[in-house]
Ligand binder design. Sequence first.
Ligand code: SF4
Length: 227
Amino acid sequence: MTVLNASTRRPTTWAVPRPDWKVRSVCRNSDTVKADDFFSVSQSGQARAHAACLSCPVIVECLQATQGLDSGTYRWGIGGGLEASQRYALESEALLGNRPNLGMARVLVSPRWLLRLRDLRGVCGSLEEMTAALREEGLMVDEVTVRVAVWWSGADAPRMAWRPSGEWQSLRARLKGEHLPAMSYLKGQGVPCLGIAAYLGIPGQSGARAVTEALRAAAQKKGEVAA
Ligand code: SF4
């Protein structure tokens, strides 16, 4: 049906209903992945779910829709190619003003770039290094976009450097040294330590404990300076 815009009398395209993106999803149309795989605790089930998402033509739409369903600390399962903690991390990134370009993240996991992305993951020690390398190759990407692409490709992409340079430092020392401003800001925005740990990419409750300790030590130090 053609609908005419009231003022220009030209046909509008936005009035035509968009096809439902869900009908194009891999998980609805594949025999190799089951709905349970997206909520599985087994590695094989999760691997099948991630593989389905990686090849899914509507991964961007699905991620946006899944994020719309997440609430508070309640989030569960794999959706839009990301696990619950990764979506939690993205929400914290958004509070810090870091929003991924999901279209560009899709480019990074396309056949043209996926192998290169995996190579770089092997030789770079951090998201910063990977982003710089991709920029040198002409891709205008930022860290949070690269982070989503690495997650989609099935690897970890923590905010902590994954190969510490120089002397080994304890987790707490690294948190205090590198990430304190972001951690303090997120805490001030009401993000619980579990969410901050997800943002940093350190696992669950142990990560939350490390964040609590680092923030407590920083607050104590601040109190000493003020006194
Ligand atoms: S991205 Fe994954 S969960 Fe979402 S529709 Fe595609 S296969 Fe299903």
